[in-house]
Design a protein around this ligand. Structure first.
Ligand SMILES: O=c1ccn([C@@H]2O[C@H](COP(=O)(O)OP(=O)(O)O[C@H]3O[C@H](CO)[C@@H](O)[C@H](O)[C@H]3O)[C@@H](O)[C@H]2O)c(=O)[nH]1
Ligand SMILES: [Mn+2]
Length: 734
């Protein structure tokens, strides 16, 4: 075949999802049902002075909200697309002119993020199936920890063995820890000797790092061996220290080779300068420091950002991403390629939920409208777009630039020249954090940055390969999840109200579908209001015997029944198509409820306070390790509650619904006949009953469990008393 023909074949392809028309028809029927529900609420509003007028208006408001929010989320399902890449074409055409790729790994605290985990992530990307001399790996350590530095030094030595091993045996996950788990048990002849040898090296390294962790410091002889340690002075603390910058492997150095004599990727440690009087802007700050520092050292045209807990599980991902950027036809408009966030440590039935539907459904939907959101880890960027460049017709990258120009300075000189770029004061009076790099001042620096890139005319792409590209660590206790979702929903809600709102800033710059897509996430926080109303009010009115929904015999009953069943059956199907289990879906409903009544509520309140100038935004780092007994319960899918204030809200709401349900059962037995209750209040009883069922693990945690993960008895007593007080005073009130 003539290679000319080849030139015209694209490097990636976009396919529309099947069944879109059917879905749209289905959505139209649901929407009709929603309109009928609104019509019902509007036509039966109790008149002024009549009983229950305010309750009714509240329900109207809640249902208007739910209905409109549902409309907004249709943007995530309306126009789904799937991407395919052709890596063989890429290497056929461009193998010798592949661009430099800089990989940024961020870590912030050696206790929450153990150095062994961090270096596993680093090693997994050092071993990418990609020309080593074109890779630059940068570890940003916001913890400024000698321990992390020590671990990276160890990783650097181990890499000389690990990278050739991976390439020789074409190893699956290239994070050593994950790899050893994946091969434990299977003993392949021929492999086993090499395997034993590399495993031994790894374990020895791990022991040295763990010994240092226990010791709380670096062994004397190690700290003398490497000059890098001298950059820490005795007064250094995580929040107050000089820049530490160390090029551990200089990719331009022909002597930096692995045991087979092959070149190694560049490896750099950076702890940017920290001073108490300068705000460091969390991860966004460290990313911006990395962008500048790497521009001096390797200046890759493509940048991959990873959290330290998310290792590469697929050695082909760089090539996948390049299929988008280097496509002759459409590549020049793509600013970033986001991969889904998958987690290694989710249980089978996803006790605390997961990103399953976001990754397998919703992001394919926004991709159809111009591209996914940038959600942090697992995202490849074009350096120029990330630095603030606007899209124009001639945004084509000149890939053929000379990657291998000779450098005149020594590594030491280069370090000294580069260090000032990571100082606290460097950004003063510059565009960094605003028009350049990642934006500051928002707890979801990634989403707001991605939005502004898209508003500059760029597209993005979502790529969800068969073999997961990255695997991370997700929370293993309820409080962790609540804190994380508070940060996310708060950040997203702040964006909606900020000058970069997808509504007004994005207006005319991105498609309406994408605007709505952003809004589905940006409106997470305000969702708490309607949800709280719906979980409290209809249940309480059961106690009074007041019906707030249409009777079974009324025709108005039908739209309610249809919308509820259509919505939930579809959501179950969607969950299962995405690979989830039925129980997983049920758990997801519980987490949905808990997030909305705690995380989103706090996020909503805090955002309002922030807007009024009362608080400052923070970034609480998610824990990546837990105690052994906590982990054991997690594996058994037993919920871990804890003592924090959100638990009190959850417990009180759960108790309230339990009392209301008991109340109605009592009523059936003592006062009314079943038929009348069934005729007048089936939906209300259903709602309350489902809430009780969903809360089952909560009741167990309150009253039945004895382990440490249960709810403390103080919360049990308080929530019991409060819910009982509310219920009784409500029922005696006329
Ligand atoms: O001051 C800080 C705080 C955090 N981090 C790093 O940021 C990453 C994300 O922090 P984590 O606590 O794990 O938050 P997650 O909620 O798991 O992260 C998601 O949400 C964040 C925004 O809220 C994004 O930045 C992340 O990429 C995305 O994976 C981690 O590698 C941290 O080490 C820093 O480098 N400096
Ligand atoms: Mn994380």
């Amino acid at each position: 075949m003539a290679s000319d023909d080849h030139q015209h074949l694209p490097l990636f392809e976009t396919r529309r999802a099947r069944g879109r028309i059917i879905y749209r028809v289905f959505a139209a029927t649901v929407f009709t049902g929603i309109c009928l529900i609104w019509a019902y609420r509007l036509s039966y509003i109790p008149r002024k002075g009549e009983d229950g007028r305010w309750v009714w208006l509240g329900l109207l408001a809640a249902e208007l909200w739910f209905g409109l929010y549902w409309v907004v989320t249709q943007a995530l399902r309306w126009n789904q697309v799937y991407r395919l890449t052709f890596k063989d074409r890429l290497s056929h055409r461009y193998e010798n002119e592949l661009p430099g790729v800089d990989i940024f790994v961020c870590t912030a605290d050696p206790t929450i993020e153990p150095p062994v985990m961090v270096i596993n992530t680093v090693l997994s990307v050092m071993a990418y199936d990609y020309p080593s001399e074109k890779l630059g790996i940068y570890l940003s350590d916001d913890g400024g920890s000698q321990l992390t530095f020590f671990a990276l030094l160890e990783a650097c030595k181990f890499a000389r063995y690990w990278i050739p091993y991976c390439k020789k045996f074409n190893v699956g996950p290239r994070s050593p820890a994950a790899y050893f788990v994946s091969v434990s048990g299977q003993h392949d002849s021929g492999l086993s000797q090499d395997l034993d040898a590399i495993k031994k090296l790894y374990e020895e390294m791990e022991q040295r790092i763990e010994a240092a962790t226990k010791l709380g410091g670096i062994p004397e002889e190690a700290s003398l061996q490497h000059k890098g340690f001298s950059q820490w002075d005795p007064y250094s603390s995580p929040s107050n220290h000089d820049t530490v910058l160390q090029i551990l492997i200089d990719g331009k150095d022909p002597n930096a080779t692995d045991i087979d004599g092959c070149r190694l990727p560049t490896l750099v440690y950076l702890a940017r300068e920290k001073r108490p009087q300068h705000h460091h802007n969390f991860k966004a700050g460290s990313m911006n420091a990395l962008i500048r520092v790497s521009s001096k050292i390797s200046n890759g045209q493509i940048i991959l950002n990873l959290d330290c807990d998310m290792y590469s599980n697929n050695s082909q991902s760089v090539r996948d991403a390049l299929c988008f950027f280097m496509d002759e036809e459409n590549g020049h408009e793509i600013a970033f390629v986001q991969f889904p966030q998958n987690f290694e440590n989710v249980t089978k039935n996803e006790l605390y939920g997961s990103m399953r539907v976001i990754g397998n459904v919703e992001f394919h939907g926004v991709d159809g409208f111009g591209g996914p959101l940038y959600v942090g880890t697992g995202c490849f960027h074009r350096r120029d777009a990330l630095c603030g460049r606007k899209f124009t017709k001639d945004s084509k990258i000149e890939w053929k630039r000379d990657n291998d120009h000779k450098r005149l300075q020594s590594t030491q000189e280069l370090e000294d020249e580069t260090r000032p770029l990571a100082s606290c004061t460097y950004e003063q009076n510059t565009q960094w954090g605003d028009q350049m790099g990642l934006k500051y001042g928002c707890p979801v620096e990634d989403v707001i940055t991605g939005l502004s890139i898209q508003c500059k005319g760029w597209k993005s792409a979502f790529f969800n390969p068969e073999r997961e590209a990255f695997l991370g660590v997700t929370g293993t206790t309820l409080p962790q999840i609540i804190v994380q979702h508070k940060r996310w929903s708060e950040g997203d809600f702040q964006i909606l109200l900020s000058k970069y709102s997808p509504l007004w800033y994005g207006f005319g710059k991105i498609s309406i579908g994408l605007q709505l897509g952003y809004c589905s996430y940006c409106l997470w926080a305000p969702n708490c209001l309607a949800t709280l109303y719906y979980t409290i009010i209809p249940s309480l009115y059961l106690l009074k015997g007041t019906s707030l929904f249409p009777q079974v015999s009324s025709p108005w009953f039908l739209p309610f029944a249809y919308v509820i069943s259509a919505k939930y059956i579809y959501s179950l199907l969607e969950f299962m198509w995405s690979g989830g289990t039925i129980l997983g879906w049920w758990n997801e409903q519980r987490i949905w409820l808990y997030k909305r009544t705690t995380s989103y509520l706090f996020a909503f309140i805090d955002t309002i306070l922030l807007k009024l100038g009362f608080t400052d935004s923070t970034f609480i780092i998610s824990a990546k390790v837990v105690d052994e007994d906590v982990f054991e319960r997690y594996e058994k899918e037993i919920m871990e509650f804890g003592t924090s204030s959100p638990m009190f809200i959850l417990a009180t709401l759960g108790m309230l619904n339990a009392f209301c349900f008991i109340g109605v059962v009592k009523r059936v037995i003592m006062v009314d006949d079943i038929y009348r209750i069934y005729e007048t209040m089936p939906l209300q009883i259903l709602l309350c009953g489902v809430l009780v069922l969903v809360n089952w693990p909560l009741y167990q945690g309150l009253f039945l469990r004895k382990d440490k993960g249960k709810l403390p008895s103080s919360i049990a007593v308080q929530s019991f008393v409060l819910a009982l007080a509310v219920c009784t005073s409500f029922s005696v009130m006329s």
